[in-house]
Ligand binder design. Sequence first.
Ligand SMILES: C[S@@+](CC[C@H](N)C(=O)[O-])C[C@H]1O[C@@H](n2cnc3c(N)ncnc32)[C@H](O)[C@@H]1O
Length: 311
Amino acid sequence: METLSLDQDRYNEGYAILLEKLERRPRFRKWAHEVFPVAIVQKFASDQGDDDGTFRTLGIGSGNGEFELHLLKQLSTRFPRINHVVIEPSEEYIQAYQTEVASSSFQGSIHFEWHEGTFQEYKQKKLEGTSSDGRFDFINAIHSLYYAENARETVELLYRSLAPGGILMIEMSDDKTSGQRLFEDFPELQQMFTLNKWVTFSDVTGALCNMSIPFSRLTNPMIFDMTEVFDETSREGNLLLDFFTHVSNFRKTADDGLVQRVLKFLKMKAEELAVMPLEQASLTTGNVGDGKESTGLKFKKIWETLIIEKR
Ligand SMILES: C[S@@+](CC[C@H](N)C(=O)[O-])C[C@H]1O[C@@H](n2cnc3c(N)ncnc32)[C@H](O)[C@@H]1O
């Protein structure tokens, strides 16, 4: 078995399919326009920024920027000069992000600094040592802190890197939802993430509590159809299965017994959700009635946004 992290094309393809399933693009656009301004943008003082009036932002694992750009557009309505640092190890994503930037317009001006590499590399070069303290007004990590290796050290460093009045926004899947639980239930898969430990949402909230750093939390529950995962001939299904197990070509390369146990586990999760009374499922997921009945196998995912303000 080979980790999906080493197969960037397949990783990116699997993630794109998951985003489609979750209807992530329209949901995030709405969130960025309706929730983000109130939950974050309006919390900054009007003079937040450096002495020259530049508002300094950092994106960790920004991907192709399709979500981050919505946030930057909102921030630029309040801060006319932004310096934004992008950390992203995928060359393909960086190129896609740069293409998107070239055709985007912002209310103010945004200067982009690109760092093709991991957060760990950037941290060693740029963040360690006290000179980076207070360097950023806004830091976001959208579904990327899983790869940071050490929750406490990372959160502590990011918090230190915030300027007074700065805000750190972290979005992650709740580990109790189907995707993440795989790694608790199948330790064979844990090592697929990194040689070190995969950072979970609970690790991050635990680290924040341990360091007595206050945070607020927004919950975004979703139900989505995963029927294809159980169809061994489905390309989409196999890519999704790879994304969930984090193994490249899981069905073909993993031990058959492990494949069967993982599929059985996923089916059990879908069946648990199917027998949940409709109102309870809706209430739990917040994914209330598009009115469409579907008999497919559904999974639940809960994405959490943590908001940490530096006092
Ligand atoms: C699930 S994607 C999220 C991408 C983007 N933030 C979004 O919401 O679409 C995870 C991202 O983290 C990046 N990544 C993986 N390992 C990383 C690391 N060690 N440091 C920084 N980013 C990493 C991946 O290349 C990928 O773009």
